[in-house]
Structure formats: C-alpha cells, structure tokens
Ligand binder design. Sequence first.
Ligand code: GLV
Ligand code: GLV
Length: 351
Amino acid sequence: VIVTKPLVGQRWLEVLVGADCRVEQCLDTSRPLTPSELRRAIGQRCDGVVGQLTEKWDASMMECLKAAGGRAYSNVAVGYDNVDVAGATRHGVAVGNTPGALTEATAEMAMALAMAAGRRVVEADAFMRAGKYQGWLPDLFLGVTFHGRTLGLIGAGRIGAAFALRMARGLHMDVVYYDVYPNERLERCVQAAGEMFAQQGERPIRIRRADDVEEVLREADVVSLHTVLDASTRHLIDAQRLRLMKEDAVLVNCGRGPLVDEAALVEHCRRHPQFRAGLDVFEDEPRMAPGLKELPNVVVVPHIASATVVARTGMCTLAAANVAGILRGDPAWSKPDVSAFLEADSAQAMP
Ligand code: GLV
Ligand code: GLV
C-alpha cells in the first residue's frame, strides 16, 4: 500500500500492518505530488493507495493503479471531488473517504471563521501589532452581533447540521436552510433548543427549510456552505447571488473553493466594505484570486478546517482502514468506531 503523504498518529499504520500490508510512504514534500510522481509511486506493484485531496485521481490514474494490481483507494478527506469514482469503478478500484471523523472539527472552524470575520478579529489583531491602538473608542472596529439573527445554511448534511446546531444553540440564532433533502433531526434539535430558550424566558429560536438557495441568501445574516462540489454546485455563489445577500452579511466557506466564484467575491467585498467572508478553501488552491488578500473584510486560512489532532488522527485511521478492509475482502472490517480510535490515538499524538 502506498501512502502519498506523512499521516497523523500511529493507528493508521497499525491498521495497515495488521492487515498484512507492506507500507511505502512517499517523500515528505509539502507540495502535492504531480501525476508523474504518483505513477512512479504506484510503480509495478501496488494493491492500494491512501491518497490526498490535493492529488488528481482521474480515470487514467485509476487505470495505472489497476495495472499495478490495485483494488483500493482512499482519500484522507470526506470530500472526493478529486477522484473519478465512475472511472475507478470501471477499473475495479473501490474508493473510500472519511465521513464522520471531521464533522465537529470542521463545524468548529466554520464557527471560528464566522466569528473572526463578523467581529473583525484578524483586522483588529493586525491593528494592535502595528501599534495603532490609542485607546477605547465607541466606534472602533464595529462588527455584527450574532445573537438573535439568522443563520443560513446551504447543505444540511453532517457538517452543515453540526455547525447550524452549534450556532443556533450557542449564539441564539434562527436557522434557514436549503438542502434537497430535509434534515428532520436537525429541525427537531433546533426546536428543542428553542424550547430551552423559552424556558429561560428568552425568545425561542426557529428553523425552516427554504424552497431555494435565493431564499436563504436574502434572509440570512450568516451564510455557510456545506455542499459537495460537483457540476451542479460549481459557482453556487456567483455575482448575481452575492447581490441577493444582505450588505453586512458574513459568508463562510469550509466546503470547496469552487462553490464560490472567487473573482466575483473579491469584487463584491470591494464594493461592500460591511460584507465579510471567512474562507478555508479557494477556487484554485493554493492560489488566491487576485485582490483577495488585500481585502480587510476577508479572513483566509489554508484549508485547515479539519486540522485538529483528534480529527486528523481519525481521518488517517479511517482512510487506512478503508484500504485494509477492501484488500482483506471484507469492507465491514474497514468500519472502525472512529471515536474509539480517537481517544487513544490523540493522547499519543499530543506533544
Ligand atoms: C477536506 O477538505 C475534506 O474533504 O476532508
Ligand atoms: C467595555 O469595556 C465596557 O465596559 O463596556
């Protein structure tokens, strides 16, 4: 089994070795492997790959893997837009991802970005470091209050729902969401939180499923994107839809960069200094659209939403277990209880 980047924790290696795999790790480079480097890594014989979202696993790469005897590929990621699953299937290669292992970590980063952007934390930090602070002022770095306002969610799957519930319960926000599937469990949880607020003598919070994306954009004060990236969601947020949003709205993207037309976002943020964005992902990583990094109303971090010791240890373990299970001919073997792996392993991985 080849592992294309150094991973986190020890358990992933124990899982592969426990399945009688010989593990070869690729050189430690901080840049993604190119297609020719991947082909070289696969070589003459390779049964399975634990790969990265930064690599392009298209049909021709899957054909190369198959030619080397490969039957299994897993991303160390929940997203898999870098993998041609149909092409893999045609070549008899099973594909895995890591749902569940990064739900909370990613939801927490979406919260961090929403609050950092809405309360101008990064701008204010730069101001302090530049020695510009001369004392408290009534109008210094005014941002938005989250309490009592409306959270807009586009995509109410695992991560989106975890984020919405935390924002609703923690910050007392109403939720309006768009998803092709209703999330009744999320609706029940937010309603229950609403009753909790009512018992405290506070206004209950509400949740509603919108008929379309536009309805969410018009009503929400914070909009967070949690959909998969595919042909139907590319540029889900474009210039026209940005114009529907409130002037002082906060847009958060911890999903995939191409969900947003980044050039249009730059233009929108330039025209509307009250509008704010918190971005973990970019349309053409590792690049940023021209002008983005000059904007004070945008907070940018380098695709680290799942970057906690616990989440990354779990993702690496699950990705290894996906490959090991397929190679052992027993996919069920590849369904470890992620939470059980996490506690033991994160204790070891903590410095
Ligand atoms: C990270 O972007 C992931 O898809 O897990
Ligand atoms: C601010 O520091 C306040 O006391 O309101």
